[in-house]
Design a protein around this ligand. Structure first.
Ligand code: PLP
Length: 440
């Protein structure tokens, strides 16, 4: 049983006493630099953090639900969304909405897709979408909320997308295709152009999950990295989800859903009149939200400009090449070929979870891929000493595995439970529910 013990303190404490505790709790968190590679503390370069934090705090108390009542809020939203449309080559006709994250953006894309299908393909009663196996968990999750079946197509042996498989998976109930730029497990940009051709031919909605790549791949491309096309330049793409709170460096929670035109956006909004206080119209699924993130990203976009984002992308590419070179120099480790800012590290002849275990002991917080097993890195600009520490630790850990010194495995997970004594109660409760089985 999950125990319920904590209660509101009867009396309050002083500012100093409470802040001391807050700072102590903060001190228990993984060091920001050691958590970066797991995206648990995605934060970018030190010199932009203060500006983003300060701008956030200026607007933290304001409710983004009411941005239509405040011209300053509307201006910040408009400026940011126009910039986002520009970065994804949306053009004059494109439209965009703010959301609180990739999950809500994917939900919005699928929700609008389903609305479009209901209007244009009313004979489809059990809608399906087709996606490569590499599609993100939140596509499955939001499809479940929307009662859309996800038909996934296994990756080929080299982990690339089986385009013939995608074509063959399209059936009479298919309403759309979902591709990623890049996908989370393998870090590669899906063949969105081919998806577009299939979508146009079969009259399907193509949604691109560019939550990771949306606001960094344009700069990688500008720096000469060869990438497949994935944005509105590709015919057939009708919606794109792109997270500002990942490589846009907005404070969380902040994401965007972009539409090719108002023709797509018309299926997004959910105006409500059936209640006592007049028309309720929110920007997306979520109601009240802090305006902090929009102020933070507006500030950063103006602080950095195109030049700053390019510099940042350059630093990430440099980090990527340092890590890849190091991995390639260590016998047994394999650096997967990826298109964007994600880098996976697999192992040829030993268990990669031992590397995770060893690196965890050295303080690194890491995520993983299970199929096939690999360490999953979200590359973010790191201080030089931490780049050196990571590469040195990696080498040392592999040596430790070879000599038999390191025997403890780590977890290759995205979520999951580590130490139960430290887990949040909702998670323990969820585990109890799953063990018992859900009532039906
Ligand atoms: C490709 C992709 N889509 C969607 C999401 C979900 O984003 P969020 O956690 O912001 O809801 C993620 C998160 O990592 C992602 O990598």
């Amino acid at each position: 049983m999950v125990e319920r013990l904590y209660k509101l303190p009867v009396e309050g404490s002083s500012y100093e006493a409470v802040m001391d505790q807050v700072i102590a709790l903060r001190g228990e968190m993984t060091d920001g630099q050691l958590g970066k590679l797991a995206s648990t503390s995605f934060q970018g370069q030190n010199e932009m953090q203060k500006l983003v934090h300060d701008a956030f705090v200026e607007f933290m108390d304001w409710n983004g639900l009411f941005s239509f009542r405040e011209s300053a809020a509307a201006k910040m939203e408009n400026d940011v969304l126009d910039i986002c449309i520009d970065l994804l080559n949306g053009g004059e006709a494109a439209r965009a909405n703010l959301t609180v994250g990739g999950t809500e953006s994917n939900f919005s894309g699928l929700h609008a897709m389903r609305g479009w299908a209901r209007a244009t393909k009313p004979h489809i009663k059990q809608p399906e979408i087709v996606a490569p196996y590499s599609t993100h968990s939140t596509v499955h999750k939001t499809a479940k909320y929307l009662d859309i079946k996800v038909v996934t197509v296994p990756q080929k042996d080299d982990l690339s997308v089986d385009i013939e498989g995608i074509r063959e998976a399209v059936g009479p109930n298919t309403i759309g295709i979902v591709g990623s730029a890049p996908n989370w497990p393998y870090g590669t940009v899906d063949p969105i152009e081919e998806f577009g051709q299939i979508a146009i031919k079969a009259d399907l909605w193509l949604h691109v999950d560019a939550c990771v790549g949306g606001y960094i791949l344009p700069f990688f491309r500008e720096l000469g990295v060869e990438l497949p096309f994935y944005d509105f330049t590709v015919p057939g793409v009708r919606s794109i989800s792109a997270d500002l709170h990942k490589y846009g460096y907005a404070p969380k929670p902040c994401s965007t859903i972009l539409w090719r035109s108002q023709g797509e956006q018309q299926y997004h909004f959910m105006p409500i009149n059936e209640w006592a206080c007049g028309t309720y119209l929110s920007q997306g699924f979520v109601g009240s939200r802090t305006m902090g993130p929009i102020a933070g990203i507006w500030a950063l976009m103006h602080f950095w400009g195109r030049e700053g984002y390019l510099e940042n992308a350059k630093s990430i590419l440099r980090l990527k090449s340092i890590i890849v070179r190091k991995v390639e120099s260590i016998e047994g480790l394999v650096a997967w070929k990826t298109d964007g800012p994600l880098q996976m590290i697999g192992a040829d002849d030993f268990d990669i979870t031992l590397v995770v275990g060893g690196l965890e002991k050295k303080g690194w917080s890491l995520l993983g891929v299970n199929v096939p097993p690999a360490i999953h890195l979200t590359l973010d600009v790191m201080e030089e000493e931490f780049i050196e520490k990571f590469t040195a630790d990696l080498e040392e850990v592999v040596e430790g595995i070879r000599t038999g010194e390191i025997t403890e495995e780590g977890l290759l997970t995205y979520g999951g439970v580590g130490d139960k004594a430290l887990a949040p109660k909702w998670l323990l409760s969820a585990l109890e529910i799953f063990e018992q089985g859900v009532d039906s």
